[in-house]
Design a protein around this ligand. Structure first.
Ligand SMILES: C[S@@+](CC[C@H](N)C(=O)[O-])C[C@H]1O[C@@H](n2cnc3c(N)ncnc32)[C@H](O)[C@@H]1O
Length: 189
């Protein structure tokens, strides 16, 4: 319906595409059904690397099938672990880190990202980011637990030191039904 301001997920991808190039390195912190993983696998190509985390095997299985179908599985490492542990699996620096919070669409809605582990993962991801790299977080606040997480993420992001990070939040002011918004964090060069 809208081509310039469609939704938070597409806006996040547009920003990531500005920094993630062939041969690059990226983290999908919330793999889910694998849409962002496939998107980043396409950007880095077969000389790059995407590390994709999820705590649910069903998410990783769906993502593997999606990647294989597109012939983009070689450059992706699927990791069944909490994103808060990403520093144990990934050696930086990385060009981009994507988060898509909340529950797995089509899956168990009780398994959601949580404020503490999300913030631990955001901190770890910011450490791994290279200078000039980008983190995006698509934040959902309409489900039980969502508002609490959104508040925690907003509070954390809004006090990041401006000499080190530029932080923006794009939200849809006139959209009904708790529209997700996107937070974009750029690490200074
Ligand atoms: C909104 S979905 C992600 C959607 C995904 N980006 C896509 O393109 O389909 C959120 C995912 O985060 C996962 N998740 C929840 N807690 C997690 C954690 N601590 N570490 C990693 N993934 C987690 C859930 O299992 C779920 O699959």
């Amino acid at each position: 319906m809208y081509s310039v301001l469609p939704n938070a997920v597409i806006l996040a991808k547009e920003y990531v595409a500005k920094v993630l190039k062939p041969g690059g390195k990226a983290i999908d912190a919330t793999t889910g059904n694998g849409h962002d993983t496939l998107f980043m696998a396409g950007l880095v190509g077969d000389t790059g690397r995407v590390y994709a985390f999820d705590i649910q095997q069903v998410a990783l299985d769906k993502t593997l099938a999606r990647l294989q179908e597109a012939g983009a599985d070689k450059q992706v490492e699927l990791i069944r672990a909490g994103h808060e542990l990403m520093a144990q699996y990934v050696t930086g620096p990385v060009d981009a880190v994507m988060f898509n919070l909340g529950y797995l669409p089509g899956g168990d809605h009780r398994i959601i990202t949580r404020p503490k582990t999300t913030l631990d993962a955001v901190r770890a991801g910011l450490d791994l980011l290279k200078a000039g790299g980008l983190m995006t977080l698509v934040v959902y606040w309409g489900h039980p637990g969502g508002e609490e997480e959104a508040q925690a993420v907003d509070e954390f992001a809004s006090v990041l030191p401006q000499e080190e990070f530029a932080v923006a939040r794009l939200s849809f002011l006139n959209r009904r039904q708790a529209p997700p918004y996107v937070i974009i964090i750029e690490k200074s060069r």
